[in-house]
Design a protein around this ligand. Structure first.
Ligand code: NAP
Length: 645
């Protein structure tokens, strides 16, 4: 299937739909632009499509009120009902790129650039790609073994795609179960700011999400169900850590040292290694004097002890980032008192969908109406992906660079300020305490909805302390201003260590080249966030400068990187080689390109300080490019950038 030509968009939903009552209810509640796309997929009726255009505007809410006149909406529902229940189901006809783009544009109420169409097509799940194994004329790998470090969202996808391509693979997982972040993070309220209907593999869309933003346990359930469907478990070594990878030049293999939970070690050989150990999993424990002397339970967000009963307790929450903003609302009503310690200010932005349940009718639509889940995913992606890029890209000669960086960024600031002032209108002291002086998106924002973070700060048993912690005693936290809060439990929502990027893992490439040494404490660099010269067949995921910090899209980047890695391995196999790596020139060129672009990004703003920056102020985490650009660069390895030996 080729999006640049004509594509038959096939659905996995059988027709006709026999549950007519269920369908009627679903059509009534379903999103009108998405229904219009379903109809047009079958009808190709562009005149009808265009008749809706004046009423569809580029504003996203999952089930927000439709501005389409009711008689038009009902006509669409009637047409679809007839089509979807007809005993002779409609035929799926090829849709060319022009029509696809036209449909996308009408659906979101704005023009969709041509360059975006291939990525949208790929990522929305329209395509059911032929497994690589079955691609005619491709040289099959024989006995090429790939070792994947980490069995989280990336490792599971890597296993699935490697198997489909005919590679042998093993996943080394330090825990006793798959899931990574979603296995480990069980703190109260754990969930995700990325919308549910986008945060899934493009090859395994999930119609069953219960809320528009997923909660942790549901993501974990999804990941395990996918892993089981593809039979991943049999290829996993659980309770095992990778401690060293050493390249053997003579044999062109990696000698990988593994350590079991009981401390015993062994070495395994692999032709290639994929680092999928996750970026956010080494806890950052604050260096606060006296923390060790605290007698009560103290737990990091990622190591939450759910056996600790917080009911009626005096609880301290240290940190005000994304984790804290979920923990606070989830526990405030149970505890006797909650004192939250804020070190620096975070922008808070309203997203009314963050806790909204997906009703059963919509779930019926997602599950049974052909193409609905794919078009809904497109819609969600459009408003939470590259549509947000101009929030973080500095506009040239922008008149108020001190407080904002672009028109879009300024509008987001105004919206956030309006929301904060409205919510906290009776508490100017809180407004003063939380509104940052840096432009919004300068560091990660906190998303808020009814009953969320700001409502929590307003509760009578909640205190936001901004004086700074001086020290901790056996049953209290004392601030720099001398205030003493007696507490029973301390919750540390203090984030993660990103440096050194490899954690304790030692990696030695050609001639013993030491990757830890090359990167220093916090100066990791790579080619495309995926490879580095002198480390053949060593692939990273979400490596240096490849995190999509402007938008939702970690799932999209990891799929793009896995695709690229397999393309690179395929090239090595096709050329009869044993090793593939980037040239020094390609590596230098990529890093210059990243540095140049980074100068125009919000993270380089003098007031923006975040964990994306290293000790020298260089952003070594974020990808400064659009998701769609990055995706297009990972389709096929550049002929000259990689060398096979
Ligand atoms: P984080 O964003 O790094 O926030 C850590 C918080 O702890 C910050 O407020 C930080 O203050 C504070 N802190 C750190 N050390 C401290 C100290 N010694 N004393 C006082 N305060 C201290 O960590 P996180 O909230 O766990 O989130 C990490 C990342 O995970 C996020 O960026 C996000 O990507 C992801 N996440 C996402 C979600 C979601 O989607 N809803 C939820 C959780 C996590 P400063 O700001 O001054 O550094």
């Amino acid at each position: 299937m080729n999006v640049m030509g004509k594509a038959v968009i096939m659905s996995d939903c059988p027709l006709p739909i026999t549950d007519t009552e269920g369908l009627k209810a679903a059509l009534q509640d379903a999103n009108i632009p998405t229904l219009l796309m379903v109809y047009t997929t079958y009808s190709h009726d562009e005149e009808y499509l265009d008749s809706f255009a004046p009423y569809l505007r580029g504003i996203y809410t999952a089930e927000g009120p439709s501005s389409v006149p009711e008689e038009m909406a009902q006509d669409l529902r009637d047409r679809l009902f007839a089509l979807l229940t007809s005993p002779t189901p409609p035929e799926e006809r090829p849709i060319d790129t022009r029509l696809l783009r036209h449909m996308m544009g009408v659906s979101v109420g704005e023009e969709v650039p041509e360059a975006q169409v291939p990525v949208l097509y790929d990522q929305m799940g329209f395509e059911r790609p032929i497994p690589r194994k079955d691609v005619p004329g491709r040289k099959m790998p024989q006995g090429v073994k790939v070792l994947i470090i980490g069995g989280g969202m990336t490792g599971i996808a890597a296993g699935i795609k490697l198997a489909e391509a005919g590679y042998d693979y093993t996943i080394i997982e330090k825990n006793k179960e798959l899931g990574g972040t979603w296995l480990e993070n069980t703190y109260p309220g754990v969930g995700l700011d990325t919308p549910s209907h986008f945060y899934s593999y493009s090859f395994e869309l999930n119609p069953d999400w219960s809320t528009y933003h997923p909660k942790g346990p549901e993501i974990q359930e999804y990941l395990l169900s996918v892993a089981d469907k593809y039979g991943i478990r049999g290829n996993v070594q659980f309770d095992t850590k990778v401690v060293e990878c050493r390249w053997d030049d003579a044999k062109s293999v990696w000698h990988v040292t593994l350590q079991k939970g009981d401390g015993t070690t062994k070495t395994e050989d692999a032709n290639a290694v994929i680092l999928a150990h996750g970026v956010l999993n080494r806890w950052s424990m604050p260096n606060i004097p006296g923390l060790d002397t605290f007698k009560g339970p103290k737990m990091h967000s990622a190591g939450w002890d759910n056996s600790v009963d917080l009911k009626g307790k005096k609880v301290a929450l240290i940190g005000t980032g994304a984790s804290a903003a979920q923990i606070g609302p989830a526990i405030a009503d149970d505890v006797e008192s909650l004192v939250i310690f804020q070190r620096s200010k975070h922008w808070v932005l309203n997203n009314p969908d963050i806790n909204t349940p997906v009703n059963e009718h919509i779930r019926f639509a997602l599950k049974h109406i052909p193409h609905y889940k794919e078009w809904f995913r497109f819609r969600v992606y459009w408003f939470t992906g590259d549509g947000l890029y101009n929030n973080v890209k500095m506009e040239e000669n922008w008149p108020t660079p001190d407080i904002s960086i672009s028109a879009q960024n300024h509008a987001a600031r105004e919206y956030a300020l309006w929301y904060i002032n409205e919510k906290l209108k009776d508490r100017p002291d809180l407004v003063e305490k939380i509104v940052p002086d840096y432009p919004i998106f300068g560091k990660r924002i906190v998303l808020d909805a009814e009953g969320g973070w700001l409502d929590t700060l307003l509760k009578p048993n909640v205190t936001l302390d901004t004086d700074g912690i001086d020290h901790i005693e056996e049953n209290a936290i004392v601030t720099k201003s001398g205030k003493r809060y007696e507490v029973d439990v301390i919750a540390l929502a203090t984030g993660f260590e990103l440096s050194p990027a490899l954690g304790p893992l030692e990696v030695y490439g050609r001639n013993g080249a030491d990757l830890q040494e090359a990167w220093g404490t916090d100066d990791a660099r790579s080619y495309l966030g995926v490879m580095a010269p002198a480390y053949p067949n060593f692939f990273m995921t979400l490596g240096p400068n490849s995190a999509p910090n402007h938008a939702a899209g970690v799932n999209m980047v990891l799929e793009a990187q896995i695709h690229y890695i397999i393309e690179a391995l395929d090239r090595m196999v096709a050329e009869g080689g044993h090793a593939i790596e980037p040239t020094v020139e390609a590596y230098n060129e990529w890093n210059e390109k990243v540095e140049d672009q980074m100068q125009h990004m919000i993270w380089s703003h003098p007031k923006a300080k975040s964990y994306y920056l290293n000790s020298k102020g260089r952003n070594y985490v974020s990808c400064p490019f659009m998701l769609s650009e990055y995706w297009s660069w990972t389709r096929r390895p550049d002929e000259k950038a990689l060398v096979v030996s």
